[in-house]
Design a protein around this ligand. Sequence first.
Ligand code: GDP
Length: 431
Amino acid sequence: MEHNDSDSIYALGSPLGRSALAVVRVSGLHLPEKLYAGLSTTKDKRGFFVRRLSLSGFSETCLVLSFPKPLSYTGESMIEIHPHGNPAVLSELFSWLEGLGIREASPGEFSRRAFLNNKLSLAEAEGIAMGIEAESKEQLLALEDFRGGRLGKKINKILSLIEQLLVRVESQLDFSDEEDVNEVASKEVFSSIKNANKALGFLITEYKPFEKDVMKKTIALTGKPNVGKSSLFNCLVGEKLAIVSKEAGTTRDVVRKRVVMSGFDVEIQDTAGLRDVASNNIEEEGMLLAKSAAKAADLVLHVVDQPVDTSGLKHKRDVVVVLNKCDLHEGVVDDSVVCVSAKTSVGVSRLVEKIQETSLRSAPERLVSERIYKRLIAAEKVLSLSGGGEDFFETSAQALREALLELKEIYGAFDNEKILDQIFENFCIGK
Ligand code: GDP
């Protein structure tokens, strides 16, 4: 991505479409005089004003907010224009701004400038991006830890531990001829590296990378033909979407329906029945689709219609065994199987509860940006590779140096355009 940080930039900060108001942000170290003149204000005047802005042949009444530098989000002079949320008005406004030499911002460019002008730390910038993308209250709560800098403190502790170790190892390199000293020292260093690595390991299990689609799940119904998958699918989605038939092999394509369950966006999939021999090529193709759907699903509901041996499946975390047609058979099955009747709906609400318990719970995990998570993993990996051997001190020093580089990148001890791009390109335009 090409950036010229001295350009003046603008972006729409609200969604495109019709709305009562829209927000257009403008930022630049030296915003054009004509912009201030057009908005009947001056560059040092801080505040908010109602202004009638003349566009090509019509005027638009806007609320105008002015933040002279350096007291603004980006640290540059910023103007916010709030016209009515009308795409035609916005298009004219953008043409006017472009005519003044102000270009459209790329994603995250406002926050990138805020970072470059020391208004935001990298962690804060990433916290903002993740906050915009968060999909649930749980995710917002989990982000607080990250934003509050607690993760930073933990990483810094490990960082200084590794730094001290590196100093020790490097000083040892000078005594490489003295074998007695070496042996004792190498044992100590080895166990200290292990400890640092353990501390990293704890962080990696404690924090989960922030995923945008965490509230989206897929559930696939699988099983032999005629066990009642399509009937159960219709029951779960509350609509007659899949064909129910006594004839085996009627479902070929994967039938999908999105429903909302416990605040999750769930796609339920009905798949072709799996049997040993397909009656024709189309059924065979359907069986292949079914297998790959089951593989990719977050949860598989494996449907049977007789109490058969499914012990191999029961212990899998992402498989729930469902015994359908409970109206036809009596007798007790063990607790790990959910008994339902798609015909009478008996047991369906228990099945929904089981689905919620199994995979629709958003654990209040601690969240971290994908970029930071990858650096932690990389640091752990290089440290775990440092083993014994003849050149123990040399290889350890190298591993410690590499781990330090990975960890230092997290909070910006670098001067690297590529990393800045990595962070800010994930932002939406206007932030
Ligand atoms: P699929 O091939 O696994 O999708 O099965 P279907 O949903 O097409 O159902 C096969 C047959 O079983 C149909 O005749 C359904 O009416 C019947 N069936 C499905 N669920 C039940 C149930 O709970 N009880 C009874 N008695 N019959 C059912």
